[in-house]
Design a protein around this ligand. Sequence first.
Ligand SMILES: *[C@@H]1O[C@H](CO)[C@@H](O)[C@H](O)[C@H]1NC(C)=O
Ligand SMILES: *[C@@H]1O[C@H](CO)[C@@H](O)[C@H](O)[C@H]1NC(C)=O
Ligand SMILES: *[C@@H]1O[C@H](CO)[C@@H](O)[C@H](O)[C@H]1NC(C)=O
Length: 532
Amino acid sequence: SFVLEVIILFLSSCCRLWGDHGQEALESAHVCVITATATGTEVLKNLVLPGIGSFTIVDGNQVTGEDVGNSFFLQRSNIGQNRAQCTTELLQELNNDVFGNFVEENPDKLLDNDPSFFCRFNVVIATQLPESTLLRLADVLWNYNIPLLICRTYGLIGYMRIVIKEHPVVESHPDNALDDLRLDSPFPELREHVQSYDLENMEKKEHSHIPWIVIVSQYLEKWCNENNGQIPKNYKEKEAFREMIRQGILKNENGILEDEENFEEAIKNVNTAVIATKVPNCIEEIFSDDRCINLSQQTPPFWILARAVKEFVGKEGQGNLPVRGTIPDMIADSSKFIKLQNIYRDKAKKDADAVANYAAKLLQSVGKAPESISQKELKLLCSNSAFLRVVRCRSLSEEYGLNTSNKDEITSHMDNPDSEMVLYLMLRAVDRFFKHNGRYPGVYNYQVEDDIGKLKSCLNSFLQEYGLPVTVKDDYVHEFCRYGAAEPHTIAAFLGGAAAQEVVKIVTRQFVIFNNTYIYNGMSQTSATFKL
Ligand SMILES: *[C@@H]1O[C@H](CO)[C@@H](O)[C@H](O)[C@H]1NC(C)=O
Ligand SMILES: *[C@@H]1O[C@H](CO)[C@@H](O)[C@H](O)[C@H]1NC(C)=O
Ligand SMILES: *[C@@H]1O[C@H](CO)[C@@H](O)[C@H](O)[C@H]1NC(C)=O
């Protein structure tokens, strides 16, 4: 069927993005979605299709006519039925491998009676909840150390907030990462291999099949010998170095340069391959993090491994991270390419083995079994050791605390009165309106005019209470009243896609999550992230 084909296409493209191990992590994850609103169902749809392990919907409401209007899943015949159950059944039909559950309960009741209910989940996704419920939920999850993703569609505005204490990422998949070739400081095996090539005395065919890494490496050694051991650094030196390589291209009997593509490739790669190998600053920061220094039995594997890499860098690594072990494709005959590839691979394995020794000692020192970290996990971390990231988001109560709210972030962005930050302030104002009136502004047409004044005073008292010296244009107050807290399907669908992506990042521990607030403006189709 068409749906099935789409799902299969979607699945195969997902695996390319996050790999088999990422897919495994996704398939063993259990997420909770609080309230089966249009936003909640859109998030879930985008998790059910790529094959999340299981989901539980918490919702005590019945399907209303408005739900049928917003949510493409629900039909008129569902009106009056339990919303959690209806939505679970409909979502389940999208993918039989996913296990769907529902709990017919109001989230506030669950928080009153059974807060530990939430402990079983890898992520909790809260959609369209009032502020008071959200603050309670966020507190409970923070204490249990369960990641929370808050999603909200409010008129033409999308809002997301990630609340997670600490989120280490091994596979951050950076864009445009440079290869780890160590040409400035070749390890002995690489140096020996490069020197085994006698460039001056080679047949024409052989000469044009030398991998460019070997060419650059040989000429670099020559360059360094002539330049006090310094690699070419600025444009002028690099240009001179490229010319040096160009001189090595073979000439025919008439003195015309031969067509040697491998040399052209060598010249082209000088800029990105001839660089100083060093530990990136953000990795140095991880090495000096308290969690990396002070290990205990409770320390997660990520930090034990980071510490093991740190020890490696200080000793065998002579100041460098473990070799990544991969090289780019290049012009070369296959036997030469494979030999070179194996040099890097073998070195990466040797370095990983050395890291494994440190990890074993560290595990022993905190009283944990050596098997508590798998070889696979260790290798993955070693080959990604230049890309490790740790994201720490502030708690919701810090964000909402009068003394702890991030005033600088708010005021600095409000230098631009149309920054997406103004939408955040308006959301805080409508929440205050809700607290005072038990409903959102503009939900009844006949009250819109009245509500504009009330919302404005909510906004002003909020700004005053938090000591925020900013002005908000009246247009925004009017706009938010016009929204009448509606949840249009288009905005919910957009937000659902974006939210599911963050859930996948959290669950697979791949790619970097945002820190910590994301706002989408559906009027201008712009978005921004803020540290609140
Ligand atoms: C090290 O961690 C333990 C528990 O994880 C903590 O009790 C102790 O205070 C920490 N020590 C230092 C110096 O940070
Ligand atoms: C995230 O944001 C907080 C402030 O909200 C900041 O302290 C922290 O350094 C940021 N970065 C990371 C990577 O966690
Ligand atoms: C906030 O700070 C003020 C003074 O700096 C203090 O008097 C007040 O108790 C603090 N409030 C909270 C909730 O911590």
